[in-house]
Design a protein around this ligand. Sequence first.
Ligand code: PEP
Ligand code: MN
Length: 344
Amino acid sequence: MIVVMRADSTAQDLAGVVALLDRQGLSAHVSQGEAHTIVGVVGSPIDHGELSPALEALSGVDRTVKVSKSYKLASRQFQPADTVIDVRGVKIGGPEVVVIAGPCSAESEEQCLRIGDAVASAGARLFRAGAYKPRTSPYAFRGHGEAGLEMLARVRETIGLPIVTEVLTPAHVALVASYADVFQIGARNMQNYLLLEEVGRTEVPVLLKRGPSATIEEWLLAAEYVMAQGNRKVILCERGIRTYETATRNTFDVNAVAYAKRETHLPVIADPSHGTGVRSLVSPVGLSAIAAGADGLIVEVHHDPDKSWSDAAQALGLETFGELMAKGEAVARAVGRDWAGVPV
Ligand code: PEP
Ligand code: MN
């Protein structure tokens, strides 16, 4: 439920609402809008219709509204203004379109530093690479584990880019948190509810990939799992879904980008690398996502793409990545966004 304050309500009126909720063991999430202040009611169970008469009798309250979506904390009804997530000074979900780039897997320190340096010069603001890799085959390279996290820490230390990396299991959350600036929850784990709750108990921002066969609503409910534990810093990531189409690895769902931007206040980014699985399609599809309102891209880049230890077919070379960045800036500006691609 949300409480909509009257336009002429005072700070004292707001304090009265917060106090009433407090007495009920609930807490208030206050969003200061241009016209109205909205108070989201937080606590379990999440809709508290029986409190409506008492709240509506308070001074300064215009009305109470039941949040009609199945996801509550993530919905735009609950919080009309965009959530902007600050990752070591890089703002995701604000006016600027932000690019996260790096190899699929952290292969060696030299590889990470070389790619990190190149993508930073092209304007990427965060570095991605997996140390724990979810692989379809148990015989494929599954990441260097903690040694891979050390490689990422070297990139942050040497080049200054914050780190995005996948956490596969609740058992690794504390360890990965000691290295990562942003947790990645991979597509295969989108409905691993115990993992979602574990990262929800931290304060580390969470990049939540959409599951390969998840509906948009299931994806947003996965975000709700994280947020319900207290961590409101969720970045939604559309990475393609499985359809009847076999020409590409996945089918990138640009609808989902526009839809999630409309229905939630969370930042929404696009992964055209996994979304297509095809090197030559990564840039055009990434640009389409920016045009549709994405707050950023996450892109797999490698200095020797064909030799990537994982996802070689979709890795961009350094030059192609530079071209994508130039076009990305043009598209971002064409749709009224700023571009965060200032080389570091
Ligand atoms: C990845 O980012 O390398 C990855 C494994 O992504 P996804 O979970 O979207 O398949
Ligand atoms: Mn990958």
